[in-house]
Structures are given as C-alpha cells and as structure tokens.
Write a protein that binds this ligand. Structure first.
Ligand SMILES: Nc1ncnc2c1ncn2[C@@H]1O[C@H](COP(=O)(O)OP(=O)(O)OP(=O)(O)O)[C@@H](O)[C@H]1O
Ligand SMILES: [Mg+2]
Length: 429
C-alpha cells in the first residue's frame, strides 16, 4: 500500500471514530462536488472519546476499512487525510499584526501576520493543527476577507487557532503508518464534518454545527463565513447505550440494538402501548417494555447533552449570532425526536444534516455517520484542486476566508519554527 501517491486524482478520507473506522475514496467532479468511488467501514475497538487506547485494535480496524474501500474503488490507497477529535483539543481566537513591507499586501505579508497570530503561547505538549483566518484589518479598515493586493501600512489578522495534544496526534499517526499509509494531513473532525454538511448561507448567517458521534460531541460555530469557536464535549451515543444497558439490565450490544431500533429522544412522541422485547442478562427470560418507558431512559441524557452544548454556545459569546440555528449530524443525531427535543432546548431552528454534494454511492454516504469521512474528502479535494500538487505532511492548513484562499505550511513537531508557506490556493469554505 505504501510508497507512491493514490491512483490518479483520488483522495482518501479516514475517519477513525469511536464506533467505526471509515475510509472513503473519492475524486472531484467538475461542478465542485465529490464522486465517491469506494467506502470501507469497520467497527472501531481501539478508540475511546476520540483518543487511541489500543494501537493494535485500531490498526486492525483501519486495515479492514481501507482494504474494503480499495476493493470497492478498485485502486490502491497510499495516503489518507485523517480526522482527530477528543477532549485534548483546544482552540482559541488570536490576532497578529505586522507592517506591510511594500505598501501593498503580498502573500508574504499574509504569511507573516498569520505567523504572528499563531505565536500566542501554546501549552506544553500541544501541537498546532489549524490556523484558520477569520478576517483581516488594514490600518483602520476592518472586516477585510481578502487583503492580497490592498494598500496600507499595517496589516492585522484575526485567526482561530486549534491545537491538539502532541501525543494523541502521534498515536493516530502511528496507527495509520503501521498500516503502511502516509498521512496527508490531520484535520479537526468538526471542521471536516462542517465542510460536508453546512451550506454557504448557514456559515454566512451564523450556525452552530454539532456532530454527535459515539464517544464525543464535536461543535463548530461559524459566523460571517468564518469559523469562530470549536469545542469537544465528552458525552455522546455510547452514554445513551450505557444508560439503556444499566436501566434495563441488558447487555450492551442488546442495549445498542434496542436504542437504534426503538428509542425516541422525546418521551411524548413515543407511544405507551407500543411494546418491545428486552433480552435479560444470563438465562432470565426477555421482558416486555413500552417504547415510552425506553424514551424515559433516553431523554434525560440527550437533554443533558443539549444543555451542555447550549452552555458552550453561550460561553462562546456567539449565541445571539447563529441566525441559521443548529445543525446536528453524527450517528447519535439520527434518533427519532432528536430535532424536536433540541428545538425545545435551544429555542432555535434545528436540522439534522447528511453529507451534501456527493455522487456515486450517494445513497450510502448521505448518512450523518459519514459527515466526517465525506468532509475529509471535501477538505482534501479543496487542497488538491487548488494546491497544484503540493504535498503537506500533517501540517497546518490556514483557511483564508473571503475569496477563500487556503494557505498551508509544514510545521515542525516542536512547533518552534515554521517552514514557509508552500503556496496559495482557493477554497470554498
Ligand atoms: N438510528 C440511530 N439512532 C440512535 N443512535 C444511533 C443511530 N444510528 C447510529 N447511532 C449511534 O451513533 C453513534 C455512532 O455515531 P458515529 O458513527 O457518528 O460515531 P463515531 O464517528 O464512530 O464516533 P466519534 O465521532 O465520537 O468518534 C453510536 O453511538 C450509535 O449507537
Ligand atoms: Mg465521528
């Protein structure tokens, strides 16, 4: 598998989730969408709350998923764009300022100002994942999205900085490399998901995207087209399953099955006369339970989760600026009653979103569980579409809003020095 790049213009997204590992192979279509050529999915056993807890199991899951995707796409996979999540991720808004050298903003000025915004103290053991520009100011003029070529003497940049625990990232890289694969880049999972499920209008109007997976709930807030806030909440579908297992005294795998088949997140939507069978532990006989009683077990956990999301949204200071409301994705958003319950808690419009702009296997991937996997492809294709074949090495991608240019660069492991920008290219964040 290792060695050369992937076949022709194929790119591969690898979502190492807590519930499943997914590899998705795709290529760009002329209209800016993605043609999916293959997908492989395998249950994930070696991850907990977004971090690797068992390298061997994770390697096996990746191998299986990648082999399946290779088989379906009919091509060899050599390198992958990988998602990362977990409580070890932190993010902050930062700014930087430089003098414009030639009185007209050049790519080098933009590079310097982003570097200076990036220079904010990063805690020990953290590694920069993304430096995502929000807006620029030139002299007294703020709100500039595309400063290149503009006149002035002083350039200022506001950026969203995302860092991750270096060890956690290294463990993910280790697992991927053990499978004989190169890491093209490591991408924050909610950034990837948001690229798959959000519309341009939502990002402009202001939106809070919430990817509720098995192990973590990942949030990303956008206003005026730029990412403003990211957060990870360590509660998701696994806890819901666990609650069912505990309350109904049934083994976890039965609890999971019951949850997916019958659970409802809003008690009053579930009928009290609709009965289900709950297998017991040991050789005790199965019991009858109403769907409403099951919903009574599930609802408090979803309510807790949405309350935590709402608190985080408030803390971020953007609560009043997300006019497009809440967009939910990830497997745990699929339960009946989720959007109704979320609307009650957020007092905002809520929609459940699936990956957009996909062709080929669209029926399969238009599912909230593939938001991150498909989003990784969007990210990768944006890079390759505009990167003129540039290759990154798990480095930083600076997403430049406005006319939407992406700048990327390599970053040394000790994040002491930055390599120069390798190039500029447009994207459509
Ligand atoms: N129809 C459904 N109703 C309720 N829950 C569901 C449904 N389908 C899947 N889930 C839950 O979604 C979760 C898996 O979601 P997803 O595949 O997005 O997670 P993941 O990406 O593997 O995990 P993470 O992002 O936390 O690392 C599991 O907890 C699963 O039980
Ligand atoms: Mg996920």
């Amino acid at each position: 598998m290792a060695g050369s790049p992937n076949a022709s213009n194929m790119v591969v997204g690898l979502d190492i989730g807590t519930s499943k590992v997914v590899a998705i192979v795709g290529q760009a279509t002329d209209d800016g969408g993605i043609e999916i050529a293959g997908i492989g999915s395998h249950p994930s056993r070696g991850m907990k709350r977004g971090v690797v807890i068992n390298i061997e199991s994770t390697v096996q899951s990746i191998q299986r998923a990648v082999e399946e995707a290779e088989l379906m796409a009919g091509c060899d996979i050599h390198s992958v764009y990988v998602g990362v999540a977990g409580s070890h991720i932190s993010s902050m808004n930062s700014d930087g300022v430089v003098a414009i050298k030639e009185r007209e903003v050049t790519p080098s000025d933009i590079e310097r100002v982003i570097d200076s915004a990036r220079a904010r103290a990063i805690s020990e053991g953290q590694r920069v994942l993304h430096v995502l520009p929000q807006e620029f100011s030139i002299d007294a003029q703020g709100g500039i999205r595309e400063p290149l070529g503009m006149s002035g003497v002083r350039l200022e940049a506001q950026v969203h900085l995302v860092t991750a625990a270096a060890n956690a990232v290294q463990n993910i890289e280790k697992c991927v490399r053990r499978c004989g694969l190169e890491v093209d880049a490591i991408i924050l999972e909610q950034l990837a998901s948001s690229m798959a499920v959000l519309t341009e209008d939502e990002r402009e109007l202001g939106v809070c995207m919430v990817d509720i997976g098995g192990g973590t709930t990942d949030m990303a807030i956008f206003t005026e087209g730029a990412i403003r806030h990211t957060a990870v909440i360590p509660i998701a579908g696994d806890q819901v399953t666990n609650d069912i297992a505990m309350a109904l005294r049934t083994p976890t795998q039965h609890a999971e099955e019951i949850k997916v088949k019958y659970a409802c997140a809003l008690t009053h939507l579930a009928a009290s006369d609709e009965m289900i069978k709950v297998p017991s532990v040991g050789d005790r006989p199965a019991r009858d339970l109403s769907r409403q009683a099951l919903a009574e077990v599930v609802e408090p956990r979803y309510e807790e989760l949405f309350t935590l999301v709402r608190d985080e949204l408030r803390r971020s200071g953007y609560e009043d600026m997300v006019a497009a409301g809440i967009v939910l994705t990830g497997g745990t958003s699929r339960m009946e009653g989720v959007s109704e319950l979320a609307e009650e808690i957020f007092h905002m419009p809520v929609r459940i979103a699936c990956p957009q702009n996909v062709r080929g296997l669209a029926d399969v991937v238009r599912n909230p569980i593939y938001a991150t996997g498909v989003g990784l492809l969007h990210y990768a294709l944006q890079e390759t579409r505009h990167g003129q074949g540039l290759k990154s090495h798990g480095g930083v991608v600076a997403v430049h809003k406005g006319r939407n240019e992406l700048a990327r660069r390599d970053i040394k492991e000790d994040h002491s020095t930055l390599a120069r920008f390798k190039g500029w290219f447009k994207g459509n964040f």
